[in-house]
Write a protein that binds this ligand. Sequence first.
Ligand code: FAD
Length: 287
Amino acid sequence: MNQPTNTDPVFSFEFFPPKNEEGAGRLRKARARLAALGPEYFSVTFGAGGSTRDRTLETVLEIQREGSVDAAPHISCISSSRSELLDLLRAYRDHGVRRLVALRGDLPSGAGGGLGEFRYAVELVRFIREEFGDHFRIEVAAYPEFHPQAANAEKDLEHFCQKVAAGADSAITQYFYNPDAYAFFLERVSAMGVDIPIIPGIMPITNYTQLARFSDACGAEIPRFIRKRLEAYGDDTASIRAFGTEVVTRLCQQLLDDGAPGLHFYSMNQAVPSEAVWKNLNLAPGR
Ligand code: FAD
């Protein structure tokens, strides 16, 4: 695997900003459990067009105040103006945030408003570097199974390389269940000169309908053997979770054995599914 080998693996968990106080309370509890595992950072998603701007900021600041784990806000550029993005980035800088996940974002279908001043994530990465130099560590998105809107696979790889050339420090992948997709992606981008860490994004499996919906939307493939097993479990949540934990543990183990530079868990604001995989992997708290 062509990945930097001189650093310890980086583990992180992703959350979405809760919609109300009840959700915020649940997320606090999940965060406390996951903080005990000693991750490098917690990231917080951002609704394209700024739809969760305040809630993302609020959640990020709460994580910063808790103090045990660094916060990494996601920021997406589609349908936002330069000045809106600049204000938000300044607020993060002024609150001591040092890491960002920089994205284009997806507008919900039927959303009004224009596309904004930036069309692609590469422009946002350039903008952040121009305005803030090296203040932020910048993560970008990578797609081992290719982005659904890409003109073709080679173009998608080129666009990924452009984000790296624009100043991304590392990347997080869309989730996948086929480790070969990741291995081939690394091989190709490494041949194209990319030498930053590319961290696999890991989606725990807890609910088949939701997973199938997400996967259709983002272009992630659920292998047939997983789909068929999950379909057969129907409403049997315990079996779905047990099988999901086993599949995802094996995937993570293989990725780490092959030299992956870390794992980024899409926690869906739940501690238990990611924690179960983490425990199976025998990763010590704080590693
Ligand atoms: P880009 O890198 O801009 O790529 C988008 C598409 O445009 C690709 O098909 C690419 O090939 C193509 N492209 C890029 N540059 C060019 C060019 N110069 N000319 C022509 N085509 C080009 N979404 C959210 O709304 N909020 C979030 O918080 C969020 N978090 C995410 C976290 C991770 C780790 C990942 C993997 C995705 C996340 N997403 C989030 C989803 C993401 O916003 C979507 O996948 C979006 O469609 C693409 O974002 P991007 O940053 O990869 O875009």
